[in-house]
Design a protein around this ligand. Structure first.
Ligand code: SAM
Length: 252
């Protein structure tokens, strides 16, 4: 049966590769490398660089996967579902064409495959279409862990909860009763629309790369600076990935 390794590769620093991930890389016959156009070219280069650096044999093959754009507008969940369906069809065809029945495929997932990444959902859809696949998931270092490490903070306050969410959700307001809130996928700086006076923010962009930027402080004091720094960095690099933690400032 064909096997697929879904391998978490960290978020930009090849030193974040775990030994388990490196062992898995070295078993892969065919890598399926998503190609999302120029915006993500830098991330694609990081993926192929990881292969060159950590794989000892040279007999693996690389297949580009053209990732279609998600249709804009309309119902968000329906749009994502339709997009995942198209992606499942693409992966299904590529696995059948490019992977012999006894071979191992590899998909390198940014950060950890379990955190705001749909690779596992898409592969389940491939299996649901009838293609027999064995799946093994290798956890990776997530942007969330790197954010906490760089700011030298624990994600949770003592005995409190941590909520992972998106900029899209935060736009509805700071979640009531939440302890610490970690926000990913925020292209619209939803933090700037929050009215709570006593929030602290720990923000990081390009975490784990040589372009890393960190800012932190009371949201009221540093919010505008983060917006400016973010805009300038995005202009300079042509892309940005940033994440942040918000919580009410307290005695600890
Ligand atoms: C599709 S999610 C993938 C998350 C990933 N699976 C993880 O474990 O970090 C992409 C979001 O992760 C965050 N992210 C990923 N890499 C990052 C990095 N190097 N620096 C800052 N944020 C990052 C950003 O919020 C970005 O919008």
């Amino acid at each position: 049966m064909r096997k697929i390794f879904v391998i978490g590769i960290g978020v930009g620093d090849p030193d974040q590769m775990t030994i388990q991930a490196i062992k898995a890389l070295n078993q892969v016959d065919v890598f399926f490398i998503p190609d999302k156009g120029s915006e993500k070219a830098a991330l694609r280069d990081l993926r192929t660089g990881i292969c060159r650096r950590f794989i000892e044999n040279t007999c693996y093959r690389m297949i580009d996967v053209d990732i279609p754009q998600r249709a804009a507008g309309g119902d968000y969940l329906a749009g994502v579902d339709e997009w995942h369906g198209r992606l499942a069809a693409i992966y299904s065809r590529l696995f059948e064409q490019e992977l012999a029945d006894d071979e191992i495929g590899g998909i390198l997932v940014w950060g950890d495959p379990a955190i705001y990444d749909s690779t596992l959902r898409i592969i389940e859809r491939v299996r649901a279409k009838g293609l027999a696949l064995e799946i093994e998931v290798i956890p990776g270092i997530s942007s969330i862990q790197v954010l906490a490490a760089r700011h030298r903070i624990a994600l949770n306050e003592i005995g409190e909860s941590v909520l992972l969410t998106t900029g899209r959700k935060l736009a509805d307001g700071f979640p009531s009763g939440a302890g610490s809130v970690v926000v990913l996928l925020d292209g619209a700086q939803a933090f700037a629309g929050l009215s709570e006076p006593d929030l602290e923010i720990f923000w990081g962009a390009y975490l784990g790369t040589e372009d890393e930027i960190l800012l932190s402080g009371k949201l009221a004091d540093v919010g505008e600076e983060i917006k400016t720094v973010r805009r300038d960095a995005r202009e300079k690099h042509g892309w940005i990935m940033d994440t942040y933690l918000l919580r009410k400032a307290g005695p600890s």
